[in-house]
Ligand binder design. Structure first.
Ligand SMILES: *Cc1c(COP(=O)(O)O)cnc(C)c1O
Length: 499
């Protein structure tokens, strides 16, 4: 940077307005009234910091562009003219008024997207949450006896019926379920697990670490691709307390592989007086083959095969709220309930209400009311029609806008075949046929994706090979128009189709 522009930058930095000057602007006064003075001041500080950082990074174009005339006209020492500051502050105040956890539109086609909140809840689940949470509930109150009851029994009757188990309890998530089960049933002893099942589920959840955390010693047997019953049998010793089977829910080993079916492990465990604990990951009660997917082991199958305890998530293929479900032998579930960790991983009434309502839909055979199964069942032809309709909406908007378009803001739109993923540590590698709206912008697809994320509500799409792909399988049909409008804005409003 030459000396001239450095001096110019210093001058701009010095010319930045003070917090007090900005506080006098009308937007700021409104914000003081609606957000309180301290919040308004901290938002103003943040905006000032951002502008200062931009200047230091050498992005004074915007400031330069406004020119001295505009600043003088504004009659103050602002680095930008007053209107520009008002605009920046308005946006920042708007964000400060919003919650930080907000809805987004998932146009990735990944049905159980862990980063986007996994399973969307059903109307029934939401209604149950509302009824139980707006007022008081019998969360820990025994209505028959008129005294303290236990929250650890809600959902139990339905879970037990659906799974064919003796008892069940619900905790915060499946990671907590595994931790609690191992702590309650195997602490101080050895737990045998196949080397092919020492999985990492994402983030900090790694099976060996969870075992260590729960005070168990890990005994690995077999190899990455093959483990036999005899491997387990040889490893059993006086310290062994349990065999642990973990569903490899987020990857697939193909080729020369072998693992031991739960039924055989169960009989080995029984003959040595050990527990067979099975972490199913994604608990599913229905047959995934009916949706054109591979067979995902069901909860009923795991129980019938003889696992003493089965754990799984509430928000994967169950389609309910974030929760961890522990079910199996009554005496063992009781031990989990009595363990001190149970208190640390207990669930809230909202979760219990949503989970019970979700389970009831399975019990009634009303799975079409669960958004995830509805999305799985949508026919590719329907998705193709929706993608075409959105493409037409965008093109109509372009036509209305007339012939003016900004160079570099053009895009080529078409609708092509693709695959929707299941995601969320369920059915690894399994996909469903779909059609996507493909947008190949003259500018970068990555930038377009970013612009889409900045819309309100944000739209999340996939980028593949310089193209932006929108899969409507995971979009509520009521949001199709919103997506079209977000795209028009993200493309710059005046974008035109590439001929
Ligand atoms: C997803 C998963 C977990 C973790 O479940 P959360 O409900 O996300 O805590 C644990 N084990 C397996 C096998 C999983 O697939």
């Amino acid at each position: 940077m030459d000396a001239g522009s450095r001096a110019r930058r210093q001058e701009l930095l010095r010319a930045l307005p003070s917090v007090d000057q900005l506080l006098k602007l009308r937007v700021s006064q409104d914000a003081v009234a609606s957000l309180s003075r301290p919040v308004a001041v901290s938002v103003i500080r943040r905006v000032l910091d951002d502008v200062r950082t931009q200047l230091l990074r050498g992005e004074p174009q915007e400031l330069e562009a406004r020119g001295d005339a505009a600043r003088e006209e504004a009659g103050n020492a602002l680095g930008l003219d007053a209107t520009a500051w008002e605009q920046r502050l308005e946006e920042a105040f708007l964000r400060a008024r919003q919650n930080t956890l907000i809805p987004v539109i998932n146009a990735t086609g990944v049905i159980l997207h862990t980063n986007l909140g996994r399973a969307p809840l059903s109307e029934e689940a939401l209604e149950a949450v509302r009824r139980v949470s707006m007022g008081y509930s019998n969360l820990e109150y025994d209505l028959a006896q008129g005294r303290r009851g236990s929250r650890h029994t809600y959902g139990e009757r339905l879970l037990v019926e659906l799974a064919g188990a003796e008892a069940a309890m619900v905790v915060n998530n499946n990671a907590a379920a595994v931790l609690l089960v191992l702590s309650a049933l195997a602490a101080g002893g050895e737990v045998i697990i196949s080397r092919g099942e020492l999985v990492e589920i994402g983030g900090a959840f790694r099976i060996p670490d969870v075992l260590a955390q729960s005070g168990c010693r890990l005994v690995e047997v077999g190899t990455t691709n093959r483990t036999r019953l005899s491997d387990y049998a040889r490893a059993v010793g006086p310290e062994t307390k349990a065999l642990l089977k973990v569903h490899t829910s987020n990857f697939k080993v193909i080729g020369f592989t072998e693992s031991v079916p739960a039924r055989e492990l169960a009989s080995l465990a029984r003959s040595h007086g050990l527990y067979l604990i099975e972490d199913l990951g994604s608990g599913v009660f229905l047959n995934t083959e009916a949706y054109g997917l591979a067979h995902e082991p069901t909860v009923q199958e795991a129980v019938a095969a003889g696992a003493d305890i089965v754990t799984f998530s509430g928000d994967k293929l169950l389609g309910g709220p974030q929760a961890g479900i522990i079910l199996g032998k009554r005496e063992l579930v009781e031990r989990c309930r009595r363990h001190p960790l149970a208190r640390a991983v207990r669930v809230d009434k909202m979760t219990l209400a949503a989970l019970e309502a979700t389970l009831r839909l399975y019990a009634r055979g009303d799975v079409d009311k669960l958004p995830i199964w509805r999305m799985m069942a949508v026919q590719p032809e329907t998705l193709r029609r929706r993608a075409e309709a959105v493409r037409r909406m965008i093109e109509e908007r372009w036509q209305e806008a007339g012939e003016t378009w900004e160079p570099g803001a053009r895009a080529f739109l078409d609708v092509v075949e693709s695959r929707s993923a299941i995601g969320g540590g369920s059915l690894p590698g399994e996909t469903l046929p779909t059609w996507v709206l493909r947008i190949r912008p003259e500018r970068s697809a990555v930038e377009l994706a970013e612009a889409l994320r900045q819309q309100s509500p944000p739209v999340i799409a996939r980028v593949e090979e310089d193209a932006l792909l929108l899969d409507f399988r995971t979009v509520d049909p009521a949001d199709d128009r919103t997506v079209a409008e977000a795209l028009v804005r993200a493309l710059g409003g005046r974008a035109r189709p590439l001929a």
